[in-house]
Design a protein around this ligand. Structure first.
Ligand SMILES: C[S@@+](CC[C@H](N)C(=O)[O-])C[C@H]1O[C@@H](n2cnc3c(N)ncnc32)[C@H](O)[C@@H]1O
Length: 355
């Protein structure tokens, strides 16, 4: 998934660095989980993974990739719905996905508020999704909720189906990267018909756990060998930039405002989007969390100055800083052209003093 700060392409490198420094353990806390890609990587390496994020759509991904440890069989559901013969040899998840891809379309909140036809009475009709894809998203989201209400899904199956929708929808969104604005001309991707895609199941038979809250509130509850911090590194809050994924995930018909139809995100603001409050939180986490190693991913353009981060972390143990070049692709405001730019990716590694 395209997500600001997504570490999918960096996590292998981060892992190699940790290995070379002897930073090993059995448990890993992905404190700012986002897409959950870092947690997924460490889950595959056999770690018990804890993960958390303020965003609910991130929680859905975490529940499905991190906490879930079984291939879903959709036993109850598949005994109730009629599956076409051609899909009988497909996995249970694929059978359900095929079914969801063919049910009659309904209109709901996404069609009514984020497609041109649904918003034709606005001064600037919204063009986040095509009319058809808006209907498809509504139909699939409503169907998953109905199955849940009818008790046809286990908890894991419910989150897995939602994760499929959360992973699929961005491929068809008419945006240049984030949901703070839609494009005024249709992107070729956005006019294709949305087809729901399956997600991978990761099994490591550890008691992995997902949370949807301010991770700072978890520091007294979770004991971990590696505490991995990948906070926002500039003033841009995540919740407004991903508001539409949050609304698809929550399915709560929120009050929305403005040209982009933004939901309220008062309770999802991060202290790390401000240098002063971010440093205070970092001090609090480094001091009070229960960990052997704290690993902070940051970069040379972040709002917390390097000197202040070093001052803060070195209060609690031996600190090491590893830097490497990272190629950042930046798209301009309408997403048309891209510039390449090297920034320094930083890994602060703190070995906590024994008490
Ligand atoms: C840089 S992104 C993490 C990217 C992630 N490592 C990945 O690979 O996708 C930062 C994440 O921190 C989350 N966040 C910010 N402050 C938080 C807090 N206090 N508690 C939990 N999550 C927070 C944001 O919602 C965002 O998803």
């Amino acid at each position: 998934m395209r997500f600001i700060g997504n570490k999918e392409n960096l996590v292998e490198k981060i892992y190699q660095i940790l290995q070379s420094k002897g930073i090993l353990g059995n448990s890993f806390f992905d404190f700012f989980a986002g897409t959950s890609n870092v947690g997924q990587f460490f889950k595959k390496k056999g770690y018990q993974v804890f993960s958390s994020d303020l965003l609910y759509f991130s929680f859905i991904l975490q529940k499905s990739y991190i906490e879930n440890n079984e291939v879903p069989n959709f036993e109850k559901l598949l005994s109730k719905i009629e599956i076409k013969t051609h899909s009988l040899f497909a996995s249970s998840l694929m059978q359900v996905i095929d079914y969801l891809n063919t049910i009659p379309l309904k209109e709901g909140f996404i069609f009514q508020n984020y497609t041109p036809e649904g918003t034709k009475n606005l001064d600037i009709p919204r063009m986040y999704f095509s009319n058809e894809n808006g209907r498809i998203i509504d139909t699939i989201r409503q169907q998953i909720e109905e199955w849940k209400t009818e008790n046809l899904l286990t908890e894991n199956e419910y989150y897995i189906l939602l994760a499929c929708l959360i992973e699929t929808a961005p491929f068809y969104a008419n945006i240049s990267g984030v949901y703070a604005a839609f494009q005024k001309i249709w992107d070729a991707r956005a006019v294709k018909k949305l087809t729901l895609r399956p997600i991978e199941t990761i099994i490591n038979n550890k008691e992995n756990k997902a949370f949807n809250q301010n991770s700072v509130n978890l520091i007294s509850e979770i004991q971990t060998d590696i505490l991995y911090l990948d906070p926002p590194y500039n003033q841009r809050q995540y919740a407004p930039n991903y508001h539409l994924l949050e609304t698809i995930a929550k399915h709560d018909n929120p009050i929305i405002k403005g040209v982009s139809g933004m939901r309220n995100y008062e309770n999802q603001k991060s202290q790390f989007c401000n240098a002063e409050t971010g440093l205070k939180e970092l001090w609090n986490i480094a001091k009070n969390a229960d960990y052997k190693y704290l690993v902070l991913s940051y970069n040379s353009e972040g709002i917390m100055p390097q000197m202040k981060i070093e001052e803060t972390l070195s209060l609690f143990g031996d600190l090491d800083l590893v830097e490497f070049d990272y190629l950042d692709f930046k798209s301009n405001s309408n997403g048309e052209s891209k510039t390449k730019k090297f920034i320094k990716e930083q890994l602060y590694i703190l070995k906590k003093n024994e008490k």
